[in-house]
Write a protein that binds this ligand. Structure first.
Ligand SMILES: Nc1c(C(=O)O)ncn1[C@@H]1O[C@H](COP(=O)(O)O)[C@@H](O)[C@H]1O
Length: 165
């Protein structure tokens, strides 16, 4: 079974954000594909792209990257049987209000929003690990690193704090 993540970005300009997601997917050795399409600007083509994955016998999780007004994530979610995670790029223009277009969804749409690229990759990995023991193992080792880092930091600050206990 070859589980994979399909990242769809709304514009080539989102490539940098996509690469941050890819970094974590690569660390987890999780296969991925990068696609560019827009629900706003190329709806028919987007539906064709989705259709091409619908028959897959392997599990897929989509991560959608759409800045400004995010139609992409909801349109993908409404037209696929696979889960969709929205990971919009951060923008502080207009006081960061773009994010609301990812959060407020019509009924029947279920695309969660994760703002941090590595968080979106991790959620996709956790979903796919439900069907893949080896991925579950890699994910567990990846997450152990964070606990180990915290332990090291704890030991370091403790050593400087003059605590007597
Ligand atoms: N939000 C969407 C959609 C969509 O939701 O269909 N299509 C493009 N975009 C986003 O608009 C920003 C500027 O896009 P352009 O570069 O096409 O002007 C990008 O962040 C893109 O993801």
């Amino acid at each position: 079974m070859a589980a994979k993540v399909v990242i769809i970005m709304g514009s080539k300009g989102d490539r940098g954000h996509a690469e941050s997601i890819v970094k974590t997917l690569q660390e987890l050795n999780l296969p991925y594909e990068l696609r560019v399409c827009s629900a706003h600007k190329a709806t028919r083509r987007l539906l064709e792209i989705l259709e091409s994955y619908e028959g897959s016998s392997d599990p897929i999780v989509y991560i959608t990257i759409a800045g400004r007004s995010n139609a992409l994530s909801a349109v993908v979610d409404a037209n696929t049987r696979f889960p969709v995670i929205a990971c919009p790029p951060y923008s502080d223009r207009f006081a960061g209000m773009d994010v609301l277009s990812s959060l407020r969804l019509p009924s029947g749409i279920a695309s969660p929003t994760i703002l941090e690229p590595d968080g979106a990759a991790l959620l996709a990995a956790k979903m796919l690990a439900l069907f893949d023991q080896e991925l579950a193992q890699r994910l567990a080792s990846y997450r152990e690193r964070f606990a180990a880092e915290l332990e090291r930091a704890d030991a370091e600050v403790r050593g400087h704090g003059g605590a007597s206990a």
